[in-house]
Design a protein around this ligand. Structure first.
Ligand code: EPU
Length: 278
């Protein structure tokens, strides 16, 4: 699994399922369910922390379902489509609404599930509905009004995302490109983008100070457990300096959270999805 995550941490799984078609995906969900096999759904692996060792679950990936179709200002993107590719594709099609989401890694499915976003908006701002498969293997369309997505949470429970139906507006390609370049410049100046990480570890808490700011003020920047280090560049990133273990990352997360609580009185909530081995 280390190869499937941007942090580069994770052990071995016994079964990896990557269906080539939507029907195959539905069939896989039904088969895994009726076999009683525990499984996790993998997106781009850019927002997860996976345990080491022999893992007692299977992994289902929509990585081969990469199609994006267009009908005027509407786009339907399947879960395995690259999220950065989707953003660039919208710009090339002269469609505005997602250029501020450039620089977010991963796949469309994960971005729907997590309501990926940042300073310039969230994915669900432009999503009209999501196509999902329930764990029982039934397909459903969930509208934005039904889902009521929140900050960093598409609010879809344990449903598996199949596709996003997105509505954009006409835009000028060169203006969209210029906006993307500005967002990327900002990210490069404030985030450790050349190092292995899982992006922001904690959600920003309510209140005036971001998680990164609180971590910096609590003196945790640069602190390390083994090869896992709190980034010097951005306090809310933990970087893997080479061979970091799950236990090291978890210990550093707990140390950071406790220190911020003691020194700033704020309880930070995890943003990264920590997979447990049970
Ligand atoms: N700051 C510090 N020290 C730090 C980091 C940040 O003082 O080490 C300060 C900054 O100077 C700024 C404020 O905290 O005044 C906010 O920082 P920044 O602009 O870097 O944004 P953020 O709130 O830390 C959010 C998202 C990011 C997203 C950026 C840009 C969350 C948890 N994080 O970061 O998302 O890329 O905005 O849009 O909402 C992610 O989800 O993985 C992620 C990186």
């Amino acid at each position: 699994m280390a190869q499937h995550t941007t942090l580069g941490v994770g052990g071995r799984i016994g079964l990896y399922v990557e269906p080539a078609t939507v029907d195959g995906m539905i069939e896989a969900v039904r088969a895994l369910g009726s076999a009683g096999l525990g499984y996790r759904v993998l997106g781009g692996g850019s927002n997860i922390l996976v345990p080491d060792g022999e893992l007692p679950f299977a992994v289902l990936s929509p990585a081969r379902l990469t199609r994006v179709t267009r009908d005027g200002e509407r786009l339907t993107a399947w879960a395995g489509a690259s999220f950065p590719g989707f953003v660039r594709g919208a710009r090339e099609a002269g469609l505005a609404g997602v250029s501020g989401l450039i620089g977010i890694p991963g796949q469309v499915g994960g971005a729907v599930r997590m309501n990926a976003g940042g300073k310039y908006g969230w994915f669900w701002d432009v999503i009209e509905s999501a196509e999902v498969i329930t764990r029982a293997g039934e397909t459903r369309t969930i509208t934005k009004a039904e889902a009521q997505p929140k900050y960093r949470d598409g609010n879809l429970g344990d449903a598996i995302v199949l596709a996003a139906n997105v509505v954009l507006t006409p835009g000028k390609r060169d203006e969209l490109y210029a906006h993307e370049q500005q967002v990327l410049r900002e990210k490069h100046s404030s985030q450790p983008l050349t190092q292995r990480s899982a992006g922001c570890i904690f959600k920003n808490p309510p209140g005036p100070k971001s998680a990164g700011r609180l971590i910096e003020e609590s003196g945790m920047k640069g602190k390390a457990v083994g090869a896992a280090r709190v980034s010097e560049r951005h306090g809310n990133f933990i970087v893997n300096e080479g061979g970091a273990s799950y236990a090291q990352v978890l210990e550093l997360i707990a140390w950071t959270r406790n220190t911020v609580h003691e020194r700033c009185g704020v309880e930070l909530e995890l943003e990264v999805d920590v997979w447990r081995s049970t």
